[in-house]
Design a protein around this ligand. Sequence first.
Ligand SMILES: Nc1nc2c(c(=O)[nH]1)N=C([C@H](O)[C@H](O)COP(=O)(O)OP(=O)(O)OP(=O)(O)O)CN2
Ligand code: ZN
Length: 135
Amino acid sequence: MVFTMERRETFSSAHRLHSPAMSDEENKQIYGKCNNPNGHGHNYVWRVILKGEVDPRTGMLYDLAALKKQMAEVLDIVDHKHLDKDVEYFQTVPSTSENLVRFLYDSIKSRLGRPELLKECVLHETEKNVFTYSE
Ligand SMILES: Nc1nc2c(c(=O)[nH]1)N=C([C@H](O)[C@H](O)COP(=O)(O)OP(=O)(O)OP(=O)(O)O)CN2
Ligand SMILES: [Zn+2]
C-alpha cells in the first residue's frame, strides 16, 4: 500500500530575474519588468510531497515533526532574503521559479532521513504561477 503526504510552508523573498549568461539588453528584453535592478518580491508557497510505504511500527510514512524541522532549516536560507544577493546558489543561476523549486527540492532531499520518499516539490510563485520539480 502506497501513501503520500504533503507539508506546506510559506516564505517571502526578493529577487531580480537576471541571467549572467546574457547581456543587459537581452536580460531587459527577455525578463521585462522582472529585470528591474531594484528587484521585487513574492510570498511563495513551498509544498513537499513524500510517497512510500507506511512503517507498520509507527503507522507513519515519515515523521512530520522531523519534516517540519528539516523544512525550517531550508527556509532559513531563503525566507526574508534577497535570493540573488543572499543565497550563493543564485549568484550564478537566474532566480526563476524553475531554478528555485529545484534548489528547494535538492535542499530538502539532502536533509531527509529517507530521501527515497521524496516524490516532488511544488512552488507557488503567485496565485497564478505554479512550478513542480521531481527527478
Ligand atoms: N518561466 C518563468 N517565467 C517567469 C518567472 C519564472 O520564475 N519562470 N518569473 C517571473 C517573475 O518573477 C514575476 O514576478 C512573476 O510574474 P508576474 O507577472 O508578476 O505574476 P503573475 O503572472 O501572477 O501576474 P499577473 O499579471 O497577475 O498575471 C515572470 N516570468
Ligand atoms: Zn518574481
